[in-house]
Design a protein around this ligand. Structure first.
Ligand SMILES: [Zn+2]
Length: 319
């Protein structure tokens, strides 16, 4: 879908936009697909490049219906008569592209609204994985376009899904997970976008947390056998910190005891005896847990200032 990618990247910069015959050259099959969908329309061009100097000249239609250009940039003004195949361009309709996107994802197309000079679009509120969520389409907004980002910030609480022409590599002043819209393109079948791909991206929700996992209290931490999950995104995809067996056993034991009595502190000797290990072998694990705590920004295991005993952070056990 090279042509569709080209279109998506072009509309990122300026609207309206048309592709030249050179742009579509070699993309016959895809062009037909986009024309069938109504996204691209062949139309008469207003200008045509001069063969000698390359400057774009206005196309004039003569009485005999011949179309000509007269270049006034060249030293000796040249009259050129266009052939039947020349002087066309391929206009692109972003609204039709977006309504095709919604149709192919099987959503209603009734609430498409453009904001901020067509830089940000609302594609309506839809039922996604059992939750009502707004889908937004963000064109290549510049960091300087503060009004767009403050608008996005207002939308944050409702966890919209933001499709974007912004490359994932670009860092933006926004905390949204952006789905590059070009990742939804498909060359299969008659559609332009893939519903399956969209569902794959969203469908990770819930699958990242295994059945043996433990949600740690009101925090967003989840304890798994060899991993601590944290910082979930809007889709429930977590970041992961690897836990060595000893680290996992310490957290797990302190968690279970914290559930029973969160005010109770435990000495290193006690913890070593639960795990049937030498006390000194706990040191590395405690250091690793402190490092992970820093990374996830929550003290997982707390140490008493004077007694030096340990317990799980009371926020990590059920209330
Ligand atoms: Zn010229």
């Amino acid at each position: 879908m090279d042509l569709a990618k080209k279109i998506l990247n072009s509309i990122a910069i300026t609207l309206p936009i048309a592709l030249s015959p050179d742009d579509v050259h070699g993309h016959d099959k895809e062009l037909q697909k986009l024309m069938d969908a109504g996204v691209v329309q062949r139309r008469a061009a207003l200008t045509f490049p001069c063969g000698a100097c390359g400057s774009y000249c206005e196309i004039k239609t003569l009485e005999n219906r011949e179309r000509v250009i007269l270049c006034d940039s060249c030293e000796d003004a040249r009259l050129y008569t266009l052939t039947d195949k020349e002087g066309y361009e391929f206009g692109i309709s972003l609204p039709i592209l977006l309504s095709n996107l919604l149709k192919e994802l099987e959503f209603s197309i009734d609430n498409i609204n453009a904001f901020f000079k067509d830089r940000l679009w609302s594609l309506g509120i839809h039922d996604i994985n059992g939750t009502s969520r707004e889908i937004l389409f963000l064109r290549d907004a510049q960091d300087s376009e503060a009004e767009i980002f403050s608008f996005l910030a207002q939308k944050k609480a409702s966890h919209p899904i933001v499709l974007s022409t912004i490359s994932q590599r670009r860092l933006l002043n926004t905390e949204f997970i952006l789905i590059p819209i070009e990742t939804l393109l498909t060359s299969r079948g008659s559609g332009i976008f893939s519903k399956k791909r969209f569902e794959e991206i969203l469908g990770r929700k819930g699958q990242t947390v295994s059945r043996e996992s433990t949600a740690l209290g009101s925090s967003e931490l989840v304890l798994e056998k060899d991993t601590l999950l944290h910082s979930p995104d809007g889709f429930g995809n977590y970041q992961r910190e690897k836990l060595e067996p000893m680290e996992h056993r310490i957290i797990e034991n302190l968690y279970r005891r914290g559930c029973a009595d969160k005010s109770k502190w435990h000495s290193r000797t006690e913890i070593a005896s639960w795990l049937s290990v030498q006390e000194k072998s706990l040191s590395n694990a405690f250091t690793a847990i402190r490092k992970i705590s820093k990374k996830v920004d929550i003290e997982i295991v707390e140490q008493h200032k004077s007694t030096k005993k340990y317990h799980i952070n009371p926020d990590l056990v059920p209330k």
